[in-house]
Design a binder for this molecule. Sequence first.
Ligand SMILES: C[S@@+](CC[C@H](N)C(=O)[O-])C[C@H]1O[C@@H](n2cnc3c(N)ncnc32)[C@H](O)[C@@H]1O
Length: 184
Amino acid sequence: MNIVYYLNKLILKYWGLETAASGSILAPWVPTREELIPYIMLLAKPKPGDIMYDLGCGDGRVVVEAALRGAKAVCVELNKELVERAKERAKKSGVIDRITFINDDFFNVNLEDATIVYMYLLTSVNRMLKPKLERELRLGARVITLDFEIPGWRPLHITRVSLGYRDATLYYYVKGVSDLHEIR
Ligand SMILES: C[S@@+](CC[C@H](N)C(=O)[O-])C[C@H]1O[C@@H](n2cnc3c(N)ncnc32)[C@H](O)[C@@H]1O
């Protein structure tokens, strides 16, 4: 049990949500700020034919936006209560048919068909996911991370957005380019 685990428990308690019964919550639920979503969509450019995964999708706010733009999406979330919230959001937005919901650890989900991956996790978790991304993602898949880099990958673009009290940073990577030469 580490600090992230307890922090997550505290946040979930505050929001009135239960912690997942099994698996390891590796990053706490901190939703992407709504004002960042247009920037994420601008980078990801989800469209019909795309499949966008959000690894640790929380309440589904990012995948719903991708689905509203015609893409299919996969919402992977270990916390059951958050999956229910995500389904509710998708239903209200009329895109439930375009989103697959997976209540599981993202390490158990194959990413072979992803054309876009979004992650708002932690640098340490991105580091753990990196070999999986390198193994499973197809060439040309776009990967966008919020605030935390994928260590060693070269971002093709970095967008900074002022949130007033702090700056948010979006990192844009492309599989086959960003992971070609490890940067230190
Ligand atoms: C910082 S939040 C981001 C939520 C959402 N992607 C967003 O941007 O609004 C991280 C999410 O990852 C989920 N998570 C953490 N570890 C996970 C794991 N091993 N498998 C699946 N989901 C996980 C948490 O429950 C939390 O909802």
